[in-house]
Design a protein around this ligand. Structure first.
Ligand code: HAM
Length: 418
């Protein structure tokens, strides 16, 4: 039998309810905050990700699914959506009329990481990106929107970690200070981090290896190196969050795994998923639109790890089981024909009605109704047909009622509306 590829997964009908709930809640919240949906290709030219995420990041160095197209050009299954949203903002000249844009997009991303709980090679993200707004208020508002989504979904056990990564003006000083700090203690670092010292020393700060964690304890702290503008911006974000009672934790070791960030960065972390603690991450990337050939427009955004969010929702709360409105247990050909007409009519009017199509006994039809978690079962055999009435049983209270066949549809609709 052909199996699915390692790190990929099927989202099955019994699990889809929670995905749909997250998606519709996110869409409704994002739209009230002024965001519009955008749908983008899942393949882009490899250059787009190299230029935006950064050549020395794990994603670009070892996790991208990159292929030679038939004409020889290199194309990549998107490892994230921000680069594509920026490309689209520029290519479609969205900035021309009004540079301020709030966009969201939901879809699959691909990274060839080592699969484990909460980490997949195809995973889903919900992204929100804002263009053209410099104000720190928008950074805080994005965190508010994200926090609101988690609250609406009743997700507990999450903490928002907040940091500033400075800007191309002040970060080089911090970078140099880190290199000077790590060089003499390099033998205490893991293999990957020894390589990172010169190429990407900030990444050493959030390495999960115990030896690196210990080695960074006394490393320089980014907030001591921020220039005046970055500091003012960061203080404004912190103050706004405090004034709005949005809970967060300052974390000067939060660096994120993509190179485009400037100033505010944040991550929603959980302890419920073992090593994969980040459920959402984001921040400002003021230079990226320009780097990719667009105008000099600031930007800020985040992505939620959809799979991880669904997993922590399943851990932290028992989801309501899905159910159908009515199951029609019909016995005999004549009853089945009527039942078929009824379920179609009910389905067309938005009512979840089901029947048995294979002539099963009443007992096994009742069992099927139980499995489908039907709220009501209508029983219609020859006797009922002759009497011109259907028996409708409330599956919770077990109370039965006889409903005239002519009034059946109307009575189901009334029950649904009640
Ligand atoms: P990221 O931190 O790489 O940021 O990914 C965002 C979220 O996607 C993570 O917090 C995690 O929940 C989820 N995620 C990442 N990799 C995997 C995986 N292999 N399996 C399951 N879930 C995963 C970005 O992608 C940025 N583009 C976020 C952003 C938007 N920054 C500004 N705008």
């Amino acid at each position: 039998m052909i199996q699915k590829i390692k790190g990929f997964k099927d989202i099955l009908p019994e699990d889809i309810g929670i995905w749909q709930k997250v998606e519709s809640t996110a869409k409704s919240i994002f739209e009230s905050f002024g965001f519009s949906e955008i749908r983008l290709p899942i393949i882009e030219s490899s250059e787009l990700f190299k230029r935006s995420i950064g050549e020395n990041t794990d994603i670009v160095e070892k996790e991208m699914y990159t292929f030679a197209d038939r004409n020889g050009g290199l194309i990549t299954l998107r490892p994230e959506a921000t680069a594509s949203v920026v490309r689209s903002y520029i290519q479609n000249k969205m900035y021309a009329k009004d540079p301020e844009r709030k966009l969201y997009t939901i879809g699959p991303m691909f990274r060839r990481e080592r699969p484990q709980k909460g980490r997949y090679r195809q995973f889903y993200q919900i992204n929100a990106e804002v263009f053209g707004i410099k104000s720190p208020l928008i950074d805080a508002q994005l965190i508010l929107m994200l926090t609101n989504l988690f609250e609406k979904l009743e997700v507990k056990d999450v903490i928002t970690h907040l940091n500033s990564l400075g800007c191309p003006g002040c970060r080089p000083d911090f970078r140099r200070a880190l290199i000077d700090f790590f060089k003499p203690v390099s033998d205490e670092l893991c293999k990957d981090c020894i390589r990172r010292i010169d190429k990407n020393p900030l990444r050493v700060l959030d390495c999960k290896s115990p030896s690196c964690k210990k080695a960074v304890e006394n490393a320089p702290v980014i907030t001591d190196y921020l220039c005046a503008e970055c500091e003012t911006h960061f203080i404004a974000v912190v103050d706004t969050l405090k004034k709005q009672n949005i809970p967060f934790k300052l974390n000067t070791r939060l660096v994120r795994g993509l190179d485009y960030y400037t100033r505010t960065t944040f991550e929603i972390q959980t302890s419920l998923l073992g090593a994969q603690s980040a459920v959402a991450g984001g921040g400002r990337y003021d230079g990226l639109v320009k780097v990719l050939g667009g105008p000099d427009q600031p930007a800020v955004g985040f992505a939620i790890g959809f799979d991880r969010l669904v997993e922590i929702m399943a851990v932290s709360q028992k989801q309501k089981e899905s159910c159908i409105d009515i199951f029609i247990a019909a016995l005999g050909e004549k009853s089945s024909t009527i039942a078929y007409r009824w379920i179609c009519e009910l389905n067309l009017s938005g009512i979840k009605a089901e029947m048995d199509f294979s002539g099963k006994s009443l007992k096994s039809q009742m069992r099927k109704a139980g499995k489908l978690n039907a709220m009501y079962v209508a029983i219609m055999g020859e006797v009922e047909l002759n009497d011109g009435a259907v028996i409708v049983r409330d599956m919770k209270t077990k109370v039965q009622e006889s409903i005239p066949i002519k009034k059946f549809i109307e009575s189901v609709k009334d029950r649904k509306a009640a």
